[in-house]
Design a protein around this ligand. Structure first.
Ligand SMILES: Cc1cc2nc3c(=O)[nH]c(=O)nc-3n(C[C@H](O)[C@H](O)[C@H](O)COP(=O)(O)OP(=O)(O)OC[C@H]3O[C@@H](n4cnc5c(N)ncnc54)[C@H](O)[C@@H]3O)c2cc1C
Length: 391
């Protein structure tokens, strides 16, 4: 591991211990995005992980930078997820943005002074992303006029810019899709009421309404025809980032259960002396080791032909392991696991949320299933013996 990577992981670890863990319950109670915390994350370099140094970023590869979310996930999975989405937008800015857009936005985004998020989902289209309606009309002067609505927008009303996927014609399908960055203060942008999400209430989530919003062509991130492809690339990075964050969550659940279990007196010993308890926690530990190996393999494969399938495997397996870890560790602690102060209830709800966001477990299974069909087609036939399946 390079010393630069060691340093950023150490910085993420101290951000978790000093900023996230002591404050996350208060953040949830206040229901406000902790901008001072994300400013501090920016000062540590955590908001420009993959952006080149010339734009104020850290210049990490995806494979290295994604490990940061394992550290942040030990503090809070929703906070880790939000910074991961910001970093993906920053990566897209430096990799695909126009020169004018980079000049205007890149340094503010890499420093965390301004926050970005990604808006694909609409009220009628989640998994079926191609069923979207938000549409841009391309004007004679090159500007785009956008109308529509996005749903489940993270950092709704808090981010400074939204990387928004839109259609550019009335044709069904994705061939006309594009991605354009819409500043929050553009005329015609407004936000609906916040969704009520008690376990990550500090993350504002809601609808974004676009009413004749005019945006310069400088803000095109993925041109007409490449919007869905760009989104899928972003979602693959997000899937692996979520898996990394879930590993932090699993470790946090396991350590809380161990720290309690070793002291809980019962049957002339302690809870952790019981074989059944060791086996339960041992299974969580095995899942953690497996999950870590899987997300790191998937992170290193991003950008290669194997990337999407490994990202699907990671998103399928690791959040499920996190749900199981949170539930098992709660069970090990008995009624104490239900108290808010131990945080297990928050971890259970967060892990369930992480199974849904950025491509559900079932959508990952669809990706894996399609890859299996391809593999089956390349294998020699094993004929079904005569008479089987016939009347
Ligand atoms: C906390 C949070 C933050 C989010 N932030 C953002 C954001 O910033 N930007 C953004 O664009 N979106 C965001 N989302 C939206 C998220 O990506 C969607 O919720 C997700 O894509 C699933 O869509 P859906 O909830 O509409 O479920 P639906 O698509 O309605 O699916 C419903 C159910 O059907 C299942 N299903 C779908 N297809 C199949 C199939 N072929 N076979 C079997 N089952 C299937 C799904 O797995 C799911 O269980 C966020 C969501 C959450 C929870």
């Amino acid at each position: 591991m390079s010393s630069k990577l060691e340093n950023i992981l150490a910085a993420a670890c101290s951000h978790t211990d000093e900023v996230i863990k002591p404050n996350v319950d208060a953040w949830n109670e206040a229901g406000v995005w902790p901008r001072d915390a994300s400013d501090k994350a920016g000062d540590l370099g955590l908001t420009g992980l993959y952006a080149p140094e010339e734009w104020g970023g850290q210049g990490f590869s995806l494979g290295d930078g994604i490990q940061v979310y394992e550290e942040l996930g030990k503090g809070d999975g929703a906070y880790a997820f939000t910074l991961s989405m910001h970093n993906i937008c920053t990566y897209a800015t430096c990799g695909f943005g126009t020169d004018a857009f980079k000049d205007k936005w890149a340094r503010d985004l890499t420093s965390g002074r301004k926050l970005a998020n990604f808006a694909l989902t609409e009220p009628q289209s989640g998994s079926d992303a191609a069923n979207m309606y938000s549409k841009a009309v391309i004007n004679d002067d090159g500007t785009w006029t956008i109308n529509g609505a996005k749903a489940w927008v993270s950092l709704a009303g808090e981010a400074d810019i939204y990387f928004t996927v839109v259609k550019t014609s009335d044709e069904p399908g994705h061939k006309d899709m594009a991605m354009i960055a819409i500043p929050a203060n553009a005329k015609g942008v407004s936000f609906g009421p916040r969704y009520d999400t008690p376990s990550y209430e500090f993350l504002p989530l809601g609808e974004m309404h676009l009413d004749n919003v005019v945006v310069s062509e400088d803000n095109i991130i993925m041109g007409v025809g490449t919007g869905l492809q760009g989104s899928l690339m972003a979602i693959d990075i997000a899937r692996v980032s979520i898996a990394a964050g879930c590993c932090g969550l699993i470790e946090s659940a396991l350590d809380t259960a161990l720290a309690y279990s070793k002291n809980r007196k019962m049957f002339k010993g302690v809870n952790l002396d019981l074989d059944g308890i060791q086996w339960m926690l041992g299974d969580v530990a095995t899942d953690l080791v497996t999950s870590r190996l899987l997300y790191k393999a998937a992170a290193n494969a991003l950008g290669t032909p194997e990337g999407p399938l490994l990202a699907a495997h990671a998103k399928r397996f690791v959040p499920d392991a996190a749900v199981n870890a949170a539930n098992t560790c709660t069970q090990v602690m008995g009624c104490m696991g239900l108290l808010q102060s131990y945080g297990m209830d928050r971890l259970s709800r967060l892990s369930q949320m992480l199974r849904i966001v950025d491509g559900t477990t079932e959508i990952s299974r669809v990706v894996i299933g399609r890859a299996l069909q391809k593999r089956a087609a390349s294998l020699p036939d094993i004929p079904v013996p005569k008479g089987f399946g016939e009347k």
